[in-house]
Design a protein around this ligand. Structure first.
Ligand code: UDP
Length: 238
């Protein structure tokens, strides 16, 4: 199946992508590995922006289940995404890629505040924009932040980097007979409750006609290939 070559894309990475072999936190080698994947994709001439999660450091819901006030815990989760964005920025700049971190929670000493028109200008100038602090609101996730920023930036697609090469009929790590879908509709993802992104994010992409491309970020060279319309991935659209 051929997929289109998208020009402007938003890449969503979960915080776990930064853990490497560890169980928690940020592994500089994992950050460097991700940065080289992103730099290679950027080298193909695409406009790229990124949303990174915070689950490798702090998850609001999990903390709330252990007794934290939910909104406070969510703010802590958003702060975790800022640490991840700075780590990725550092790794990307070591590879000579021009970047800007824009935070939904203003943090003037370490990032720019998120201003939509300014972010668009950065993209037009060829910079990679890393959107930090999610949506800036508790009770949301970075998946929803990714869908929101993809819509605001006029992205042609949202790329979701995972540890598998697409969406399967069942968890391929548990069910040997699980089949990978080449393409799926938004409504099928929602009605079958397929665990791709949370439902709010999928609905936002559906309502704004932004295809979601699910691919394996851990495979070397894969992002650059999938972004050009090749490689293996599942596309959610229509
Ligand atoms: N979060 C939030 N609002 C947002 C985005 C994130 O409150 O708009 C908080 C929430 O507590 C979440 C945490 O930040 O658990 C980390 O983000 P997420 O769990 O989405 O990270 P990922 O699973 O992608 O690593």
């Amino acid at each position: 199946m051929t997929r289109p070559r998208f020009n402007r894309i938003l890449l969503k990475l979960s915080g776990e992508a930064l853990m490497g072999q560890g169980q928690f936190g940020i592994d500089p080698e994992a950050a460097a590995g991700l940065a080289s994947e992103i730099a290679a994709a950027k080298g193909k001439g695409h406009e790229l922006c990124l949303v990174v999660g915070g689950g490798n450091i702090f998850r609001g819901m999990a903390a709330a289940a252990r007794g934290f006030d939910r909104a406070t815990a969510d703010y802590m989760g958003m702060l975790a995404t800022v640490m991840n964005a700075l780590a990725l920025q550092n790794a990307l700049e070591k590879q000579g890629v021009d970047t800007r971190v824009m935070s939904a929670i203003p943090m003037a000493s370490v990032s720019e505040p998120y201003i939509r028109r300014r972010a668009l200008r950065h993209l037009e100038k060829g910079r990679i924009v890393l959107f930090a602090a999610g949506t800036g609101n508790p009770y949301f996730t970075t998946d929803t932040a990714a869908a929101l920023r993809a819509a605001e930036m006029g992205c042609d697609a949202l790329f979701k980097g995972t540890s598998v090469d697409g969406i399967y009929t069942a968890d391929p790590k548990k069910a040997a007979d699980a089949q990978r879908y080449d393409k799926l509709s938004f409504n099928k993802v929602l009605s079958d409750d397929l665990k791709v992104m949370d439902a709010a994010a999928v609905a936002l992409c559906r309502d704004n006609n932004i295809p979601i491309v699910v691919f394996n970020i851990r495979q070397t060279g894969n992002l650059a290939e999938v972004i050009e319309g090749g490689g293996t991935a599942t596309i959610v659209q229509g």
